[in-house]
Design a protein around this ligand. Structure first.
Ligand code: PLP
Length: 414
């Protein structure tokens, strides 16, 4: 390790790593160093075992059967909703809607809230550093409803310019949709302030929490949040599941997004009445096993402790930032004062796609590309970046290895 100050992890890092079987392997003869956690996270035994036990011993449909397996599965399913509610800081589990992930959760709000509350000439505000999942649905809603899309600009550090945001807000603003943590830059946005400013003009706020839920302690009530989204596969749980926190008074007034079985109160050929939330927004058989796995992932995160996770990951980020800043020809894109877990960078010597291919030869998994955030790339005038994203199972030594491998790659191309 370099002589920079290295804080001792607030937990036994080797014990943590032993919880994640995938980390044990070698790739191209080198120990796997997994630094693509912003794309998807690895699963601990706690999740793998829970899913295996559920599928092999307890599986049944939920909310329908009046028999042993179905009743047990329903109980576990409901428990998972309660666990997510506690994680996000809401006392009402019915404010948690399960979806297939953040993308579907944002689409749900965009289309359902849009249908009920957004009309001709209304305005929706997003930022210049959103994932496409928090951009395209709002573009579509604007096209369909005759609304106008406005964009909060960012400064050269990758921070939202709040003075400009204030100027965009008006009585026509119906929705502000921004991420908590940018997946392309790592910026942590001041969402409490953003929410308060939007509420002053009567607008509602959706926070895309795909990149924040695994990294920090959250409290919807303290944030006074209207909508908050999350993805299971980015928080050490299964893929195919995620969801939405929605303020009950809003969910109650929103029409269904997907219709069919389970979301109804009563159906006749002439007319259907709908269930209360969250069921109104969970048509069809839900991803039962994945929800149970998500519940186990939440238990695991809570047991490690989100405050400890945040503290250690911030130290890793600071350490990695110093290492990359010391390499000639590397420029970090996204240097906000408040960041979480993401190091995005370019080199004038070598394209990100070549970088990640060479890193892979050293067992290092990083992502190269536009990270589904093309407007962010356009703002910083780069076609793509290389992104290393850390988790609490990563070690300082892995960042040393990243820096060494990068130096080698740059030398090869210089
Ligand atoms: N929003 C952000 C900030 C993301 O990083 C991602 C995934 O990378 C998404 C939304 C989409 O999440 P999912 O693919 O799980 O729906």
């Amino acid at each position: 390790m370099t002589d920079s100050v290295v804080e001792t992890p607030p937990f036994d890092i080797e014990k943590i790593r032993a919880d994640f079987p995938v980390l044990k392997q070698t790739v191209h003869g080198k120990p796997l160093m997994y630094l693509d956690n912003a794309a998807t996270t690895q699963k601990p035994w706690a999740v793998i075992d829970r899913v295996h036990k559920f599928d092999s011993e307890e599986y049944g449909t939920v909310r329908r059967g009046a028999y042993f397996l179905s009743e047990g599965a329903t109980r576990h399913f409901d428990d998972a909703r309660k666990k997510v509610a506690v994680l996000l800081g809401t006392p009402d589990p019915n404010e948690i809607v399960f979806t297939s992930g953040t993308t579907q959760a944002i689409n749900l709000v965009a289309h359902s809230f849009g249908k009920a509350f957004i009309g001709e000439g209304d305005e929706i505000i997003i930022s210049n550093i959103e994932h496409h999942a928090n951009t395209v649905p709002w573009q579509v809603v604007c096209q369909e409803r005759g609304a106008v899309l406005k964009v909060i600009p960012v400064n050269d550090l990758g921070e939202l310019i709040l003075e400009e945001y204030e100027k965009l807000l008006s009585s026509r603003t119906k929705m502000v949709a921004v991420n908590h943590v940018s997946n392309a830059l790592g910026t942590v946005n001041p969402i409490k302030e953003i929410i308060a400013m939007a509420h002053k003009v009567g607008a509602r706020v959706l926070i895309d929490g795909a990149q924040s839920t695994p990294h920090m302690k959250l409290d919807m009530k303290v944030l006074d949040c209207d909508f908050y989204t999350f993805s299971g596969h980015k928080m050490y749980g299964p893929s195919g599941v995620g969801g939405l926190y929605g303020r009950m008074e809003l969910l109650k007034d929103m029409p269904p997004y997907v219709t069919g079985g389970d979301m109804i109160q009563h159906v006749t050929i002439e007319k259907t009445t709908y269930n209360q939330p969250p069921s109104r927004f969970e048509a069809g058989t839900p991803p039962i096993t994945q929800v149970i796995g998500l519940g186990a992932a939440v238990d695991y995160l809570q047991a490690v402790g989100l405050e400890k996770i945040a503290e250690y990951e911030n130290n890793l980020l600071e350490y990695g930032t110093k290492l990359l800043n010391d390499i000639d020809s590397i420029t970090i894109i996204g240097t906000a004062e408040h960041k979480a877990s993401i190091l995005s960078f370019v080199s004038d010597a070598i394209h990100p796609h070549d970088v990640v291919t060479l890193l892979d030869q050293d067992g290092i998994a990083c992502r190269g590309g536009h990270h589904c955030a093309q407007p962010t790339m356009q703002r910083f005038q780069v076609p793509a970046t290389t992104r290393a994203s850390v988790s609490f199972y990563n070690k300082y030594e892995e960042l040393d290895a990243l820096a060494e491998s990068l130096k080698k790659a740059i030398k090869l191309f210089s």
